[in-house]
Design a protein around this ligand. Structure first.
Ligand code: ASP
Ligand code: MG
Length: 476
């Protein structure tokens, strides 16, 4: 498709839940947006107001449990929060129309919740439809506020733009179809000089069934849209100064990184850094669209720029950690068992359980292997593994599956690790010096990341030891 002249230099910005958290926060977001919109075309993607998605999910659980009192109380909280924001944000003469839309969206949510209560269960597609209401409400308010302050804007439900597969709760985009819809729908608005305020988090299947992209998925929504609209930049506004060398709660002298490569940022996100949704970077790689992570609470901070390449210094750049993980070990008791087949079936079971594999190591001599998954994915992953291996476990061909929940993962990331001999040795020594037990080590073939599983109670110490040993933040 020909690239529209007017869409050149398009800036896509995403505002997270805290940046949408109140009338005051929306004013800041509007100021940022209108300043940029005076200079070039802008589209924004918004999260639900902070805590609203949790509230909606809790309401649906209450509905499933037939708890009408809590359901009503939650709906009241939802309504009051948005009505109050509307009143604080908009001039009186504009409030009425917005309140009508607001109540109508909340009414949709109420009907789905009541349906769930009657059914006594939460069908995933109804949950997805209901939970996208948070973003629809914030987009409505934000678009009205932009309009009221002189920037023509329109709220857009991403269900009309982002086409996905039918994996409810964790859908993936179908990029070509999304491109067509985005170019026609959002392109038309932009050409008219109207700023689209698109809901983050949600989409719909080709045949119109509501989906969501997974918790925290608004970052991903924004990168999908930046990609299909051929944006020149993506700015992601959050409540921290950028991506840091470590979690500042664990390492008080951690520093903001001025830049990172896509691969470094993706590794950090997948290994537990909270700043970006892990799937955010993939849609941008091919078009080399740079992403900025910025703080809407501190406009003077430069933020972190994420782009294809960086003049990276030698060695690692950041360390991240995950505490809520579990290590599962599988060990054949019978040498006849083909361990490659066992491994492949174990992976099949995990895939069917939709569990994410965080790290894996194997030993060829004892034919055993162990892998790390999130603790919240443990129950259904174990159920899937036990079903898959029911026969082998019953006959004792496989030893009982072992689970160790008393572990944590730390990951040391940096493009410069590739060319730094002895780095792994220094890292292991630094961790051992703190008397922290290393349980497993995994290094991907990219050599970008070393992932280390340690005893849970040594995790924080290990993070600090690595940060100091590698002098992270001093050479950035
Ligand atoms: N509101 C959604 C969530 O809380 C999506 C997002 O904020 O990115 O998960
Ligand atoms: Mg987020």
């Amino acid at each position: 498709m020909e690239r529209n002249e007017k869409l050149q230099k398009l800036l896509v910005m995403k505002f997270g839940g805290t940046s949408m958290g109140s009338a005051d926060r929306m004013r800041v977001a509007r100021e940022i947006t209108s300043t940029q919109a005076r200079q070039r075309p802008v589209a924004i993607v918004v999260s639900a107001m902070s805590k609203v998605t949790d509230l909606l999910l809790d309401t649906l659980r209450k509905a499933e449990g037939e708890d009408q009192t809590s359901l009503d109380a939650n709906l009241k909280t939802l309504e009051e929060r948005h009505v109050q924001t509307c009143r604080e944000l908009l001039p009186v003469e504009r409030q009425e129309a917005v309140l009508i839309s607001l109540h109508s969206i909340i009414g949709e949510f109420r009907r789905i919740a009541q349906g769930i209560m009657m059914l006594g269960e939460r069908p995933p597609r109804s949950v997805d439809e209901a939970v996208a209401v948070g973003e629809r409400l914030s987009a409505l308010l934000m678009a009205a506020h932009l309009e009221a302050t002189g920037t023509p804007a329109e709220a857009v439900n991403a269900a009309d733009v982002v086409v996905t597969d039918a994996v409810f709760g964790n859908a993936s985009p179908l990029m070509e179809q999304t491109r067509n819809r985005a170019q026609s729908k959002l392109g038309a608005l932009l050409e008219k000089g109207v700023l689209p305020v698109v809901t983050g988090f949600n989409g719909a299947t080709t045949d119109g069934r509501a989906t969501t992209l997974g918790r925290g998925g608004s970052d991903f929504s924004a990168s999908i849209l930046a990609s299909v609209l051929d944006a020149s930049d993506l700015w992601i506004w959050t409540d921290v100064d950028g991506i840091m060398t470590a979690d500042p709660r664990l390492v008080p002298h951690a520093k903001v990184l001025p830049d990172l490569t896509y691969a470094e940022a993706a590794e950090l996100a997948y290994n537990g850094a909270k700043v970006l949704h892990p799937r955010t970077l993939a849609p941008l790689v091919e078009k080399k669209i740079p992403v900025w992570s910025k703080n809407s609470f501190n406009l003077s901070a430069a933020g972190t720029k994420i782009s294809p390449t960086v003049d990276a210094p030698m060695g690692p750049r950041a360390v991240t950690s995950m505490a809520n993980v579990a290590l599962v070990s599988v060990e054949p008791a019978n040498p006849e068992l083909n361990s490659v087949q066992v491994m492949s079936r174990a992976m099949g079971a995990l895939a069917a359980a939709d569990a994410e594999l965080l790290a894996m190591t194997s030993s060829s001599y004892r034919q055993n292997f162990c892998f790390l998954i999130r603790r919240e994915e443990l129950p259904h992953s174990m159920a899937a593994l036990e079903t898959t291996f029911a026969l082998e476990l019953a006959h004792g061909y496989l030893k009982p599956l072992e689970v160790d929940e008393n572990v944590g993962l730390l990951a040391i990331v940096g493009e410069g690790m590739r060319g730094t001999p002895g780095m792994a040795g220094r890292i292991f020594t630094a961790i051992s010096r703190e008397q922290v037990n290393i349980i497993a080590i995994a290094q991907g073939s990219s050599e970008l990341t070393i992932a280390i599983v340690v005893r849970r109670d040594g995790l924080e110490k290990a993070v600090r030891a690595v940060h100091d040993e590698c002098q992270l933040g001093t050479r950035q």
